[in-house]
Write a protein that binds this ligand. Structure first.
Ligand code: KIV
Ligand code: NA
Length: 276
């Protein structure tokens, strides 16, 4: 059965950890559903992971909807969060509601996620008022990483830590039902987690968060360009995939695939009947 917002919020109250992973297509979400994961996130990281963009900035609403629909088809019973792409909520509350509601109407998402602190609070409020549950996202926010000086740990001094605590409180007040904490020191995440009543979901934010999220391709070891410090590889699929593809190529070319076992047969003498 699909989890509800109340189920997710109750997990913090009861001290049960929340697990979240990204998913980008139906084949993966089908495999993932039934593994116990509480929320699937159709992250705009799909731009880099699935579409080959250098950053998440170019990802469009239509691309997000396309992938969110696929994830939903593969996992009809999962709680699915759609990530609002850069440009889909920065232009004001009206655009944010138009785009946010698309995730629910067109892709049957349960909630949306967006990046930012005080600047996005009016947009969070507008979405929640319109009936779109919102996950906030602070710390390292990839859509605006260039303004943060690149993909760097945030909140490393007291001033920046205090800013992040204030942002988390403001986002809670604006109506967000959870907040992603990305790349911040673990003890700062602990303070934020104790300060707000809504669940914190960490990525590179240590063990004290109420939950964790990872990019599925990273934790499966499918993305072998580089591995951020916070990623644990629960599998190492990249070499398995490369070995399988190399072996297939070899066997096709040397004629050892397919064999009779992989072939359809018939008693008809096609050669006698059809060749001259
Ligand atoms: O797009 C994404 O995958 C994310 C998570 C890493 C939080 O925003
Ligand atoms: Na994202």
């Amino acid at each position: 059965m699909r989890k509800t917002l109340a189920d997710i919020k109750r997990m913090k109250v009861e001290g049960r950890k929340i697990s979240m992973l990204t998913a980008y297509d139906a084949s993966m979400s089908r495999l993932m559903s039934g593994c116990g994961v509480d929320m699937l996130l159709v992250g705009d990281s799909l731009g880099m992971v699935m579409l080959g963009y250098e950053t998440t900035v170019p990802v469009s609403m239509d691309e997000m909807i396309h992938h969110s629909r696929a994830v939903r088809r593969g996992a009809p019973d999962s709680f699915v969060v759609g990530d609002m792409p850069f440009g889909s909520y920065q232009t004001g509350e009206r655009d944010a509601v138009i785009n946010g509601t698309r995730f629910l109407k067109e892709a049957d998402c349960d909630a949306v996620k967006l990046e930012g602190g005080h600047a996005v609070c009016p947009v969070v409020k507008a979405l929640v008022t319109a009936g779109v549950p919102v996950v906030a996202h602070i710390g390292l926010t990839p859509q605006t990483a260039s303004q943060l000086g690149g993909y760097k740990v945030q909140g490393k001094d007291i001033e920046d830590g205090a800013r992040l605590v204030e942002e988390a409180k403001a986002l809670e007040s604006a109506g967000a039902f959870a907040v992603i904490l990305e790349c911040i020191p673990d003890k700062l995440a602990e303070v934020i987690t104790e300060t707000i009543a809504i669940p914190t979901i960490g990525i590179g934010a240590g063990v004290y968060c109420d939950g964790q999220v990872l990019v599925i391709n990273d934790m499966l070891g499918m993305f072998d360009k580089f591995t951020p410090k916070f990623v644990k590889k629960y599998a190492n699929l990249a070499p398995l995939i490369k070995t399988a593809v190399t072996q297939y190529d070899l066997e096709v070319k040397n004629g050892s695939y397919p064999t009779a076992d992989h072939s359809f047969t018939s008693d008809v003498d096609y050669r006698a009947a059809l060749l001259n």
